[in-house]
Design a protein around this ligand. Structure first.
Ligand SMILES: [Zn+2]
Ligand SMILES: [Zn+2]
Length: 69
């Protein structure tokens, strides 16, 4: 389970991250949700990839191009 907000780096249990979640639909993450380290983010023409020095690479969570809207 993620403990940290992958956008602002704050604790998920502490505060409201609704806006972060909304922004994350469009932006790559900045922090590792598991260890809160800053991730190395690469923006690619097809999306993005982010990698944590400890936890490795994360892809886009769910490519939902066909989920309507
Ligand atoms: Zn946040
Ligand atoms: Zn990590």
């Amino acid at each position: 389970m993620a403990s940290w907000c992958d956008r602002c780096g704050g604790a998920l249990a502490d505060g409201d991250h609704t806006r972060c979640t909304a922004a994350r639909a469009l932006e790559p993450p900045r922090f590792c949700p598991d260890c809160r380290r800053r991730m190395k983010v690469q923006v690619l023409p097809s999306g993005w990839s982010a990698s944590c020095a400890v936890h490795g690479r994360t892809g886009p969570d769910q490519p939902r191009s066909a989920t309507g809207r």
